[in-house]
Design a protein around this ligand. Structure first.
Ligand SMILES: Nc1nc2c(ncn2[C@@H]2O[C@H](COP(=O)(O)OP(=O)(O)OP(=O)(O)O)[C@@H](O)[C@H]2O)c(=O)[nH]1
Ligand SMILES: [Mg+2]
Length: 404
């Protein structure tokens, strides 16, 4: 594989390509891919999209389109091409030969960002594991491809196979070692978690699509200093703090977690399962949504999907629709607390602006009421958001809730 080492200091000019196969989440402007590229330290200088009924087995796109990509790449002096869609190992190789430059896909980009971002020992191990696993699937497939090329029936071996067998074994061993080291670190973490549970502390986890504003909200609520930035995956490690809720006269624990994203590489979901364990074990999820992003319904669904995958979809949720300040006047909701339907269920929702500190008192009151209900041992208690007594904060307006 020919992924160039990415570093934020070197900004490599790249061309972004998106192929529309008619899936609903096709991003015609390649906005998210561009943001991912920038986050990884690349400089998108041009982009190209095209429509196709089905992927071409050799190049993903047709050869005419590949010529166009090549021309555009030359015109803009780009050094790499990044596809929004997943490339098979064969497609990647063929495209690299055809375009005479490194070609990669979105999965690789996400893996690169995670690799750059990981700070803690555990985070680094998790990313390492995901990368090794990604690499090993590529090798397996590359190997079977070679085998088909070389071997007739009964014919075995060949120089390519031996080398790849070796690589496979080395990667297999590295995966095993990384897993063992990870297990050790995770044991410590789960001890800490058990201690918290034994103390009966009510635990809240912030989850949501990357860039929704989880860390900003976390900081606003606990006055911590978690890293918040306008880039994807600013946070990789879970941070947990204690938060005192005056209204309930009790202290709860609250955790900021890694952001979710559409089609998170499967290896990463698995690798980060331990980090997200925090979310799985929570008593309440604050699902933060960037209400100012027009793709928010899609992003919300993607988060639900990952929650389902990690077994956290049964935990009670409060939807926190953030960035209220960034909503244009015609999209501002009339009521700031209501219910919103997710997968056929009515989920309580509160609008806030974490950055402008709007709606935070209401949020705290909601949390206090939920904690009190839980302490009173009423498992079915779901606080009705519209029943929260708010005096100064609600800025109800006449317009209908166009966002809903
Ligand atoms: N206008 C506006 N911007 C906000 C608000 N809350 C957060 N932001 C901005 O949104 C961007 C992302 O915020 P973060 O808090 O880093 O988002 P996150 O969900 O933690 O992102 P990841 O850690 O990448 O998953 C930053 O540029 C914030 O300043 C808000 O209420 N209003
Ligand atoms: Mg964050």
């Amino acid at each position: 594989m020919s992924a160039s080492p990415l570093s934020p200091e070197v900004s490599t000019p790249v061309l972004l390509v998106g192929v529309d196969f008619g899936f609903p989440h096709f991003d015609a402007d390649l906005q998210e891919l561009a943001q991912l590229a920038q986050t990884a330290g690349l400089r998108p200088v041009a982009h190209l999209t095209c429509k196709r009924k089905a992927p071409d087995a050799a190049l993903l796109v047709g050869s005419g389109k590949a010529d166009e990509i090549k021309l555009l790449a030359q015109m803009h002096g780009v050094q790499e091409v990044w596809f929004d869609q997943s490339l098979s190992p064969a497609q990647q190789r063929n495209l690299e030969r055809y375009l005479e430059m490194p070609v990669n896909d979105r999965t690789m980009l996400i893996l690169e960002i995670f690799a750059q971002r990981a700070r803690s020992h555990e985070g680094k191990l998790q990313v390492e594991l995901a990368r090794l696993q990604y690499l090993s699937t590529r090798l397996v497939r590359r190997w079977s491809h070679l085998e088909r090329q070389q071997g007739g029936i009964g014919q075995r071996g060949g120089p390519g196979e031996t080398q790849i067998e070796l690589d496979k074994r080395m990667i297999g061993e590295a995966i095993k070692r990384t897993k063992e080291r990870l297990l050790k670190v995770q044991k410590q973490r789960s001890t800490q978690r058990r201690q918290r549970q034994r103390q009966g502390v009510f635990s809240i986890s912030l989850v949501g699509y990357t860039n929704a504003g989880k860390s900003t909200l976390f900081n606003a609520l606990v006055k911590a200093r978690a890293y918040a930035a306008d880039q994807l995956f600013a946070t990789l490690d879970t941070t947990t703090r204690q938060m005192y809720l005056a209204e309930a006269q009790t202290t709860v624990s609250i955790s900021d977690t890694v952001g979710f994203i559409r089609a998170l590489p499967h290896g990463l979901v698995k690798a980060f399962q331990a980090t997200l364990q925090e979310a799985i074990d929570a008593d309440l999820l604050l699902h933060v949504v960037d209400a100012s992003n027009e793709a928010f319904p899609e992003q919300l669904q993607q988060v639900q999907q990952v929650l389902h995958e990690i077994g956290a979809d049964r935990i009670p949720q409060l939807l926190v629709f953030n960035k209220l300040d960034a909503l244009p006047a015609q999209r501002r909701p009339a009521v700031l607390q209501d219910w919103y339907e997710v997968d056929g269920q009515q989920v309580p929702r509160i609008f806030v602006s974490a950055a402008a500190h709007q709606g935070l008192d209401t949020l705290r009151q909601y949390l206090a009421q939920t904690v009190l209900a839980a302490l009173a041992n009423d498992p079915d208690a779901t606080t009705d958001p519209s029943a929260i007594d708010t005096d100064t904060e609600t800025t109800a307006q006449a317009e209908p809730p166009a966002v809903a």
